[in-house]
Design a binder for this molecule. Structure first.
Ligand code: PEP
Length: 259
């Protein structure tokens, strides 16, 4: 694991309008405690980012973009760039399985986005993970390898510690079929060893690696207890203030245990 700080990211996906997002933020602000060794990040709809950035207590929560385009400016109708998000978000999701599978984002896109995020002072959260059929065919390791190489090709070892990797098996996202802790350990050990192979131990060990896939208030502690897991990327459960608050508390307890 990288350091003793846990990272919990709530991905609200395409849920909650601007007003509802503000209300959800207020609920979370009342219930989520601030802990020195837990960083809590919220990824609302793009539309609400600006409003939330003015309302949020930046010591309590950081903001993340769920997506962005890799060019900085220009004639790209409908897109929002990392340059435009500068100063509003601290993190940006890249290569989420819904982007890869619904919007056909390629490794070439993820690579350009990881680089754009770094160039604009935003920490990219590179999501990687195999589909059910890739897992059944024994291809998990190769898929993770290709997605890591594909996403990180333009990143130097000095830049690497700014990158966060989220292991998100596609079959576990939004399905309730969360991965077994042993599967998560195996996949993250493989991710870490591939990072070491590419960048050397020092840079690779500085990368935070998260698990994501149907995490709930009940299952969070099992993943956070794994030495390999530096935090969680939470989708559905992040829309439930009580569940998300519990997950943050579990992260605090596990970070305390590691300290
Ligand atoms: C996600 O959106 O990255 C995710 C893991 O979603 P869920 O927790 O709903 O599976």
């Amino acid at each position: 694991m990288a350091g003793d700080k846990k990272l919990i990211i709530g991905n609200w996906k395409m849920n909650l309008g601007v007003h509802e997002s503000s209300l959800h933020l207020h609920k979370l602000a009342d219930s989520v405690k601030t802990h020195r060794n837990v960083e809590v990040v919220l990824a609302p709809t793009m539309l609400a980012l600006q409003t939330l950035s003015l309302q949020v207590n930046h010591r309590q929560f950081k903001l993340a973009a769920q997506n962005f385009y890799w060019r900085d400016h220009g004639a790209y109708t409908g897109e929002v760039s990392a340059t435009q998000l500068r100063g509003i978000v601290s993190y940006g999701l890249v290569g989420h399985s819904e982007r890869r599978h619904v919007f056909h984002e390629s490794d070439k896109d993820t690579r350009a986005k990881v680089q754009a995020a770094i160039r604009n002072g935003i920490r990219p959260v590179l999501c990687v993970g195999e589909t059910a059929s890739e897992r059944a065919a024994g291809e998990t390791r190769d898929v993770l390898h290709d997605q890591l190489i594909g996403g990180l090709a333009n990143i130097t070892s000095d830049e690497l510690p700014e990158v966060i990797v989220a292991y998100e098996p596609v079959w576990a996202i939004g399905t309730g079929n969360n991965a077994l802790p042993t599967d998560v350990t195996e996949a993250i050990v493989s991710i870490r060893s591939q990072l070491k192979h590419l960048y050397g131990a020092k840079a690779a060990n500085a990368v935070q690696v998260l698990y994501g896939g149907s995490v709930t208030a009940d299952s969070a502690a099992d993943y956070l207890a794994l030495h390999e897991v530096d935090g969680l990327l939470v989708g559905g459960a992040s829309l439930d203030a009580h569940a998300f608050t519990t997950i943050v508390e579990k992260a605090f307890q596990s970070a305390k245990g590691d300290a």
